[in-house]
Design a protein around this ligand. Structure first.
Ligand SMILES: [Zn+2]
Length: 234
């Protein structure tokens, strides 16, 4: 499996467990690199290898971002933070979970015994969290401008990201593309009804590539594909 898959000029997907779990690297014109999502606890090393493969090093990394606090996204954050000396930027509603290595309560409507095995609280190494919290509509100074789109439900502070310059949407876990576009597992959401509701924001945005934290990107009319999925599921 390739260490990186180019998505746009200066933006790469980092397949962390095949295409099933992805992180992303975004490089500014001046060489500063942002790492977005860092996989499971053992994925941190692969993130650092991917960084080397694009010709950058730990000292080029100026920002760490997360879509959300779950262990398959924030798990590698402690290692990458240690290697780069950077703290993790996250939405305020997920910050405490990242800082303490805990997980939000599951959706009471979907509670199942399996869940406690899939998302065991305390299984994620606590990672340093940046003081400045991410907020909806914020445009980060990343690769010429990366917009934070708060899409809560999967977790309280879950965010998707839109890179307007390249027309790239990173959905996060709002929607998966694993054997087709689908919802994340209900029992892994804090509030599944809210997940379905806030995903509609992704239909309103403008993009020509949709990248996913779970599954490969869609480059052929992704907006239409996502709109069709959402319309069917409404
Ligand atoms: Zn998740």
């Amino acid at each position: 499996m390739a260490l990186t898959v180019p998505l746009a000029d200066g933006i790469w997907r980092v397949p962390l467990i095949g295409d099933f779990t992805n992180g992303f690297l975004l490089r500014d014109a001046d060489g500063q690199v942002t790492v977005l999502d860092m996989g499971l606890s053992f994925s941190g090393k692969r993130v650092m290898k991917a960084l080397t493969s694009i010709g950058s090093g730990p000292s080029d990394v100026t920002r760490l971002l997360l879509t959300h606090c779950h262990p398959d996204h924030a798990g590698g954050a402690a290692y990458v933070a240690e290697q780069t000396g950077r703290a993790v930027s996250v939405h305020a509603d997920d910050a405490e979970y990242v800082r303490t290595g805990t997980q939000p309560d599951p959706d009471p409507a979907q509670r199942s015994a399996l869940l406690t095995r899939l998302l065991p609280s305390g299984s994620t190494k606590p990672a340093p969290v940046a003081e400045e919290m991410l907020y909806d509509g914020q445009v980060l100074d990343v690769a010429g401008g990366l917009e934070v789109v708060h899409t809560p439900g999967h977790s309280p502070g879950h965010c998707s990201y839109l890179h307007r310059d390249s027309g790239l949407l990173i959905t996060g876990d709002a929607i998966f593309n694993v054997l087709g576009i689908r919802w994340p597992l209900k029992m892994l959401c804090s509030d599944f009804a809210m997940t379905k509701q806030t995903a509609h924001r992704l239909a309103e945005l403008d993009y020509t590539t949709a990248a996913f934290t779970h599954g490969p990107e869609i480059t052929d009319r992704p907006r239409e594909a996502i709109r069709t999925f959402l319309a069917k599921e409404a």
